[in-house]
Design a protein around this ligand. Structure first.
Ligand code: APR
Ligand code: PHB
Length: 392
């Protein structure tokens, strides 16, 4: 097989890139290791910056998003048993965010690609990327029990944090930066209407909790738990009691309870790999960087990488200039580090310290009180949360 751009990974990054390339008239092939059912069911985040919504429109993949996406004008912060609304449009000059689950984005992109192309192969696992620093890199992959090769002009590793693309970079080139956090999130889906129109980020006595949603009938909630927690240790009643305690405020407010349909524990990590290009191999999305979910930036960063990359390939295709491709890694990393900083700050501000450090506790509260009291501090949070401008 031969193609112009070989894309490894059919998550949001790989699928959106394929769609954008297809619309500029470039051919590509997507290799996805898992089955269609698996990638369509994997529970992930769901908060989209305006730029992410725009990218899905540009890709002609926003029909269902337009009908079902829930536009949010702000978020609520809870601490000291009080609620504080952070109003995005007034603080950012009109910006909003949209709730639409990553699972739905993946379903929409898969359906379009299977109907209109370019080729998307499921259960096609990339085994190796050969000669990434030559003009004709090759991806070796296994599909339908046979080992095959895909000869490419360019290879893009959209293969997530556990993929193979990042490991193809020579050790002498790769630099990695990481931070693990001493807590995880227990996430649930529940068949119950959201308890409030907005996302709630709560710093409760017992730790952090987040209220989010998937539809007018399905709530998505998260609880800070110790690392190594087994989700089965948490009965449904225990989860609801703990959520209710962490969201508790002095005003009248009730958390709606309902049947829990999914439960999982996710550890929190920051990770950045530099650079994002080696010869004709480029990385996009989780393959290059991971952020803790507190800032809701993971999916949005994957999409902004892909927007820059699609624009760079379009320039190459149209004018034969590789200038934007040369700038790709630096342009993305500037944004990645801003999102890494924001996610780190949000995480540190909202989670209880497992060692109960009283000094850190006071600092957390003073940060939150500053955001509640100062339009300037709230505007800084709103600008980062709704997404910094994409410089291209
Ligand atoms: N060959 C083919 N496919 C592979 C390989 C391989 N060797 N290794 C991994 N993959 C596939 C995975 O099965 C997965 O479907 O690559 C895909 C990577 O998708 P994601 O992990 O969703 O990563 P990305 O597309 O970058 O999306 C980032 O996902 O983790 C969240 O918070 C993150 O929302 C963000 C988004
Ligand atoms: C989600 O809806 O799953 C979600 C929302 C905001 C976050 C993290 C996850 O910060």
């Amino acid at each position: 097989m031969r193609t112009t751009v070989g894309i490894i990974g059919g998550g949001p990054a790989g699928l959106l890139l394929a769609r954008l390339l297809h619309r500029t008239g470039m051919d590509c092939v997507v290799l996805e290791a898992r089955t269609r059912e698996y990638v369509e069911q994997r529970q992930r985040a769901g908060m989209l910056e305006q730029g992410t919504v725009d990218a899905l429109h540009e890709a002609g993949a926003a029909e269902r998003l337009k009908a079902e996406g829930m536009v949010h004008q702000g978020i609520e912060l809870r601490f000291d048993r009080e609620r504080h609304h952070i109003d995005f449009p007034t603080l950012t000059g009109g910006r909003t965010v949209t709730i639409y689950a990553q699972t739905e984005i993946v379903k929409d992109l898969v359906a379009l690609q299977l109907a209109e192309g370019p080729p998307l192969l499921f259960e096609a696992e990339a085994l190796a990327i050969e000669k990434p620093d030559s003009d004709s890199p090759v991806v070796r992959f296994r599909h339908e029990g046979r080992e095959q090769t895909l000869a490419c002009d360019w290879v893009v590793g959209c293969d997530g944090f556990h993929g193979i693309a990042r490991d193809t970079f020579p050790d002498t080139l790769s630099r990695t930066y990481e931070r693990d956090y001493p807590y995880s999130w227990l996430g649930i889906l529940a068949d119950v209407a959201p308890s409030c129109d907005e996302l709630i980020y709560a710093r409760g006595e017992g730790g952090f909790a987040l209220h989010s949603m998937r539809s007018p009938h399905v709530s998505r909630l998260y609880l800070q738990v110790p690392n190594g927690t087994d989700a089965d240790e948490w009965s449904d009643d225990r989860i609801w009691d703990e959520l209710a305690a962490r969201f508790a405020i002095d005003a009248d407010w009730t958390l709606h309870r309902g049947p829990i349909t999914a439960k999982s524990v996710t550890p929190m990590r920051s990770f950045v790999h530099e650079p994002m290009r080696h010869g004709r191999l480029l990385l996009a999305g989780d393959a290059a960087h991971i952020v803790p979910p507190t800032g809701a930036k993971g999916l949005n960063l994957a999409v902004s990488d892909v927007r820059v990359l699609a624009r760079a390939f379009a320039e190459l295709h149209r004018t034969k200039s590789g200038q934007l491709l040369d700038a790709y890694s630096d342009m993305c990393l500037a944004r990645v580090w801003q999102a890494t900083r924001f996610s780190y700050d949000m995480t540190k501000m909202l989670h209880a310290q497992p060692d109960g450090d009283a000094f850190e506790n006071r600092l957390q509260l003073s940060r939150l009180r500053r955001i509640a009291a100062s339009r300037h501090a709230a505007a800084e949070l709103a600008a980062n949360y709704t997404g910094l401008p994409l410089l291209m």
